[in-house]
Write a protein that binds this ligand. Structure first.
Ligand code: MF3
Ligand code: CO
Length: 256
């Protein structure tokens, strides 16, 4: 069942979304050469707690890992797709790209968003990977309207990514969001005909999150049981927004 939210619930989700957006914009500025991913973690946790919110990921049980995640952020560098863990030993260098993914819980409602940013100078191929992945999210957001169907979102991401010569990661998906970080429906970044294709209705809130490899679509998880990487070592990009479906069109809760 896809839970639909009232206007007052959406207003609360907007507050969570604004906080996530402000955290990510600060971290994106911080992500320069010599900064460690633990520096980003510490700054994020302070901002979230100072706002009276709770980090959504820290202590969150993930079935696939069989454990609770221990950090406020996922910091996934270069060939890492998602769930990279902050570390004092991981220093950013020029040419890296870093996906910074975070979530908060505020007044009982979750917000969740991710950006991938370049560190220093990156190649034009990598710039294209970032651009196409972000475009695929923006195009998908445009489909988040009453009367459309879930596959309109999934297929829009898939077509834009594959049309530009990149690959959609299949093992990780977007999700509904509300009083739980992960609610129905699952939102693959491709049309999965084994899944249902529900009609989108006012009040639904979707966390749409394309994960795109520059090379092949295959992924694997490192022995740390969390970090997902592209199998071929190609760079991977990730963007995420929470979007409410309203009569007036898509409302991007995690954008200021
Ligand atoms: N943004 C991711 C998601 O939507 C991360 C949550 S998993 C966690 O699923 F382990 F980091 F908590
Ligand atoms: Co998410």
């Amino acid at each position: 069942m896809i839970i639909r939210k009232s206007q007052s619930e959406l207003d609360k989700m907007r507050a969570s979304g604004v906080l996530v957006a402000s955290v990510l914009s600060k971290l994106a500025e911080m992500a320069t050469e010599g900064v460690t991913t633990l520096d980003l973690e510490v700054a994020a946790e302070k901002m979230i707690r100072d706002a009276g919110a709770k980090p959504a990921f820290k202590g969150y049980f993930v079935q696939a890992a069989g454990a609770k995640y221990q950090f406020v952020l996922c910091t996934s560098i270069n060939e890492e797709i998602v769930h990279g863990m902050p570390s004092a030993r991981r220093k950013l260098k020029s040419g890296d790209i870093i996906s910074i993914d975070t979530g908060v819980q505020l007044n009982g409602y979750y917000g969740d968003s991710a950006v991938t940013v370049p560190v220093g100078k990156v190649s034009s191929d990598v710039e294209k990977l970032l651009r196409v992945t972000q475009e695929s999210l923006e195009l998908a957001i445009e489909k988040a309207r009453p009367g459309n169907r879930l596959f309109d979102i999934c297929g829009t991401v898939e077509d834009h990514v594959t049309g530009n010569g990149f690959s959609v990661v299949r093992e990780f998906v977007g999700h509904g969001i509300g009083t739980q970080l992960h609610e129905e429906p699952q939102i693959p970044n491709y049309v999965d005909r084994k899944n249902e294709n529900p009609r989108l209705k006012e009040g639904m809130v979707l966390a749409i999150e394309p994960m795109v490899n520059a090379g092949g679509p295959e992924s694997r998880v490192l022995p740390d049981r969390w970090t997902a990487v592209s199998r071929d070592g190609s760079f991977s990009a990730h963007f995420e927004h929470c979007v409410a479906i309203t009569q007036d069109g898509p409302w991007v809760l995690t954008r200021v």
